[in-house]
Design a protein around this ligand. Sequence first.
Ligand SMILES: Nc1nc2c(c(=O)[nH]1)N=C([C@H](O)[C@H](O)COP(=O)(O)OP(=O)(O)OP(=O)(O)O)CN2
Length: 281
Amino acid sequence: MTLFVNALTQLDVSLWCPKRGLIGASWHIDAELDGELGEDGMLFDFGEVKPWIKSRLDAGADHTLLIPTRAPGITVHECNEGLCIRAQSPYPMEVRGPRQAFTLLPWSEITTERLGTHFSHELMRRPPARVSDIRLTLREENIDGEAYSYSHGLKRHTGNCQRIAHGHRSRLHIWKNGQRDAQLEAQWAKWLADRYLVDEEDLVADANDEVYGSLTTRYQAPQGRFFLRLPSERFAVLPSPTTIEHIATWLAAKIAHDIGHRIRVQAFEGINKGAIAEARP
Ligand SMILES: Nc1nc2c(c(=O)[nH]1)N=C([C@H](O)[C@H](O)COP(=O)(O)OP(=O)(O)OP(=O)(O)O)CN2
């Protein structure tokens, strides 16, 4: 017998891609479980399947930076913050933070297929009674219009959003003078694509940055100390923390100022939630 639960939970992560660099990603998680029925006629109570799988993913890869440790140019070593990870290609990155902020995977590239198999194996280490196999599938949200992706960290968040490099892939809706504007949505999704959104308060002066054309962000949060250096053009600098409320407000003000019209922005953070802001030129 096979039991399934579609869209059981979501994963919001960043990952290092040897072709695109730092990417924000959000995936639905679909689950299938094989096994034998118990006397109650069930394989595994839905009310227990969902919290079991969600809690395991939340405590593991969710809100971490996924690193393919066998990609060319990746190095990982211990440092005062916990782990220091450097990448070279397609551009240089250095990130440091507590061990729990990273998921290290011994692969040359991260794919949703490999992640699904990896998470399934992890869950099968201690399977529930009567479950003989588990298959997880990671699936991008089907977005008709524009999707934008970014990475960030919220130093004041008490949960895992404080981790300096986690991200999202999300819908972006923009209205100009009350009308949805597909062209503006495409333009801003393209501009935001794969950027790191940083609060200007968290940028620090670092001698390397002048030499290499990079920017460095560093902060202390409840889980530990975090550090990230990327080429300056990979950043978008906000005058505020990068909560979705501030992202929507900043985007609306920036677009209204740029084009001189009344703007409404509905910015999603991952799947099915976000913030709405309006601005006038
Ligand atoms: N009002 C806001 N709340 C939160 C924000 C925010 O910008 N505004 N941001 C975050 C984090 O950035 C986080 O990445 C979002 O995390 P998410 O996975 O969606 O939240 P949960 O883990 O609490 O939800 P699940 O249902 O467990 O996925 C957090 N809050």
